[in-house]
Write a protein of this length. Structure first.
Length: 179
């Protein structure tokens, strides 16, 4: 696996190293030792999928609060997504900044999202599926979010007029004061 740092601390793009032959290819997609060697949380306790029927669907931006803050490893297994993470760590030099990458079923690239960041995506194709591996189990009482189009973050989503749940569209403005 090739770990590529992003401008946000501890957020990595992870690209599989293919071993190709006449049958196709083989690639490692997970290795506890490699994640730990890069200082990333290697714990996985839950895996989920998100299936999205329509291009332009937005999910997020979601996160869980401590003591159930979660790290996520995100991969697009069908279709394509514009994947976004926002740094909500108050002591981070990149607080309130975001990074966005395109994950597709063809590039098989993954995004590692550490604890303390909000995560969301917009589908770039109909019938898109996203696979998540998480370091903590989902705990609804610790689940929170920030609005996908909050001006505090300046995210430029690629598709106007998204399909979005009312909950995700009505989070209050994010206070830029470090908590």
């Amino acid at each position: 696996m090739i770990f590529t740092a992003t401008p946000l601390a501890a957020v990595f793009l992870i690209t599989p190293e293919r071993k190709e032959d006449v049958r196709g290819f083989f690639a490692r997609m997970w290795c506890e030792q490699e994640f730990a060697a890069h200082g990333l949380n290697p714990r996985i306790v839950q895996c989920d999928i998100s299936f999205n029927r329509r291009r332009g669907t937005v999910r997020g931006l979601h996160y869980q609060l401590a003591p159930h803050a979660e790290a996520k490893l995100v991969r697009c297994t069908a279709g394509a997504i514009y994947d976004v993470v926002v740094d909500l760590r108050p002591d981070s030099p990149t607080f309130a900044q975001h990074v966005a990458v395109e994950l597709t079923s063809e590039n098989r690239t993954m995004l590692y999202v550490p604890e303390g960041l909000a995560h969301g995506f917009q589908t770039l194709a109909d019938d898109t599926e996203v696979f998540y591996q998480m370091s903590e189990c989902y705990m609804p009482e610790f689940s929170h979010g920030v609005r996908y189009n909050d001006p505090a973050f300046g995210i430029q989503w690629p598709i106007a007029h998204p399909v979005v749940l009312e909950r995700d569209a009505t989070y209050p403005d994010f206070p830029l004061v470090r908590r």
